[in-house]
Design a protein around this ligand. Sequence first.
Ligand code: HEM
Length: 230
Amino acid sequence: GEQIELPKQEWSHSGIFGTFDRASLQRGFQVYKEVCSTCHGMSLVSYRNLTALGFNADEVKAIAAQYTVMGGPNDAGEMVERPAIPADHFKAPFPNEQAARAANGGAYPPDLSLMAKARPGGEDYIYALLTGFEEPPADVKVPDGMYYNKYFPGHLIGMPGILQDDSVTYTDNTPATQAQLAHDVSAFLAWAAEPHLEARKQTGVKVILFLLVFTGMMYAVKRKVWADAH
Ligand code: HEM
């Protein structure tokens, strides 16, 4: 299909030495929780994974306890709901795909756990998508229940442009512009899709340093061993 140029964003986690911005990830989680999670699940993430964002154990417990999940059967064999615990995975907004489609005019809001790895452009694409809702060109007819997005392949998407300035109220005084909300939630989704990014990069740097030192040592050894060769 048509190639659309994605604007590149600045991410603290890009580059060899890049690390996640914890404050941004926490705000991004808030955006996911208050906006995206009405329609999108993140079934691969559990509440306890949020400690990586800087939440402590009590905060994670409190976050989990805001949800009820289906627990095991009681003595009478009936399934009973219970408050979620840190080990539970994020609660899905709909019981199944059929219910999700029914609530979204037939379109299916995909699970966002790995979304930052699933589309070309990753977090740049997610940011572009969230800020790319606009008036359609005059010759484009947008069917009922669909919306025009500059960056969605084919442009007609079944998701409304939900992020506006102040859609979420941040508690750390960061101005909640649409751009900031989109940035934070995209960073959060990048973390979810690759929680071990920092460890991976650190290992890479160590390996390169080791190889540099090792090469130098082997060169010194070679000079010594061959010093008397004629
Ligand atoms: C699709 C992100 C909020 C409904 C998507 C896609 C992404 C995404 C990345 C996939 C696009 C693609 O296939 O390339 C988000 C984020 C949200 C959010 C980060 C919060 C900031 C919502 C909300 C709703 C919704 C609140 C429901 C009112 C949908 C639907 C689709 C979709 C129905 C499928 C669209 C289609 O295939 O035509 N969303 N979304 N999303 N989203 Fe959202």
